[in-house]
Design a binder for this molecule. Structure first.
Ligand SMILES: Nc1ncnc2c1ncn2[C@@H]1O[C@H](COP(=O)(O)OP(=O)(O)O)[C@@H](O)[C@H]1O
Ligand SMILES: [Mg+2]
Length: 423
């Protein structure tokens, strides 16, 4: 089949890298793609990013299957637009994508479906926020309702911070109109984990559990980023915890969405807090994670394109996919200044050497020029390596990292270290 991937980051490079290895894929396209993706797929320029425009791109390459990387096109209704035109796309409808597009929708849905999550209140004004805050101690968590690219959540340590955060979010100062309504919720304690499944609306294939690293600095210090690294490891969850996540969260979510007339198809990502009372949902995302996709794609076996096409048609065969059992670590190499405005346009060296060591280097923010490959964003590369055990995967990933250079490059030195206690 002819497959189109929408997006241009490390997640999309990882998806393309995996799809390019599928026997069922006869031609692979990405829009807009990036220089790394260009080594495994044909990159096609994107237009204005509307659903109609993505449909035009899919028609121009005659895609039999379109895979959406980022959330914005899904929340804007790209799946509905393709469905109306009779073109196959894997991803939830605009209604079902509200699980990510509106944190209020997600919380109210979880309440109806009996899915464990933090206690919460909704506020649309400062007066409502003050009233809601009375029901919680500190720390307390304030979340913008709408899409905020990871900048819409404040964990307030004091009552003063909480009021300031409410004002900053509601005024539009922090994340614009996404903050015009808030979820205010109970602070949960525990270890975070990401549990991602592929679903056709009824059946699920569970990817291996992953952990992300949002803060820019070692030991989870400094400002949050889009993600400085991720790893997958079968030991993050015990078999009992895994069963709980499936039975209390994933299956009720999929059944609940179907029962409410908004069946969910595509990648469902549950951001979890593993609390003393069991797993609770921090948030749902309606697509693969970035950088979680990088370790997951590196260790996935089977024909992903066939599994995605079958899911889109409502007949997922879970046996099409399997995890190879290895641990995998992705270390993100970032530009000077990131997560603030990054310095870009700097030459990158050492990718071939890193790949000769057995790692795969996924591109996130690079540009091909006459002078060679240069940096073109905050997150530049995701160096990904696997091994039968976590210490081995960490060792391989960092050995490859040390082969790569660009001026001002920085990265976390402790990706996956929180998993070492399980080995
Ligand atoms: N109820 C909570 N208790 C403790 N920490 C939380 C809670 N909700 C969110 N967080 C922290 O904030 C981060 C971002 O929140 P999340 O709901 O995942 O929103 P987003 O990814 O859209 O920014 C989480 O990864 C977690 O570290
Ligand atoms: Mg999150």
């Amino acid at each position: 089949m002819r497959v189109l991937v929408i997006g241009s980051g490390g997640r999309e490079h990882a998806l393309c890298w995996r799809l390019a290895r599928c026997p069922s894929v006869k031609a692979l396209f990405a829009s807009p793609g990036n220089p790394g993706i260009a080594s495994v797929a044909t990159c096609v320029p994107a237009g204005d990013g509307t659903p109609e425009d993505w449909l035009r791109v899919a028609e121009s390459v005659d895609a039999d299957l379109t895979v959406v990387g980022p959330e914005a096109p899904l929340v804007a209704g790209v799946a509905d637009c393709f469905r109306a035109a009779g073109r196959v796309l894997i991803g939830p409808s605009r209604q079902a994508a509200q699980l990510e597009g509106s944190k209020i929708f997600a919380k109210q849905f979880m309440k109806r479906a009996g899915i464990p999550t933090a206690e919460f209140r909704v506020a649309a004004s400062e007066a409502e926020a003050r009233e809601a805050l009375k029901h919680f101690g500190v720390p307390v968590v304030l979340k913008a309702d709408g899409l905020a690219a990871g900048k819409g959540v404040v964990v307030a340590r004091t009552a003063e911070q909480a009021e300031e955060a409410a004002t900053a979010l509601l005024s539009g100062r922090l994340v614009g109109p996404a903050g015009s309504r808030l979820v205010i919720e109970e602070y949960l304690q525990g270890e975070e984990a990401s549990f991602i499944v592929l679903t056709d609306g009824r059946r699920v294939f569970s990817f291996e559990c992953t952990q992300d690293h949002k803060p820019v600095g070692d030991g989870d210090t400094g400002p949050n980023t889009g993600g400085m690294g991720a790893y997958c490891d079968g030991r993050i969850l015990s078999p009992e915890q895994r069963r709980q996540v499936l039975e209390r969260i994933i299956l009720p979510a999929i059944e609940g969405m179907a029962a409410e007339g908004t069946p969910f198809t595509g990648f469902l990502y549950a951001g979890l807090m593993m609390t003393a009372d069991g797993p609770k949902v921090l948030e749902f995302n309606v697509r693969m994670g970035d950088p979680e996709a990088q370790p997951l794609m590196h260790t996935l076996e089977g024909d992903l394109a066939e599994a995605l096409a079958a899911s889109a048609r409502g007949s997922l065969d879970e046996s099409l996919l399997r995890w190879n059992g290895q641990c995998s670590v992705c270390v993100v190499l970032a530009s000077e200044g990131y997560p603030g405005p990054p310095r870009t346009g700097l030459p990158i060296t050492g990718i071939e050497e890193a790949e000769a060591m057995g790692a795969v280097v996924f591109h996130a923010g690079t540009r091909r020029t006459d002078q060679g490959l240069v940096t073109a964003g905050g997150r530049v590369l995701g160096v990904t390596a696997s091994a039968p055990d976590l210490p081995g995967a960490i060792e391989r990933a960092y050995a490859a990292v040390r082969a790569i250079h660009f001026e001002g490059m920085h990265y976390r030195r402790d990706i996956a270290h929180k998993g070492l206690k399980r080995w």
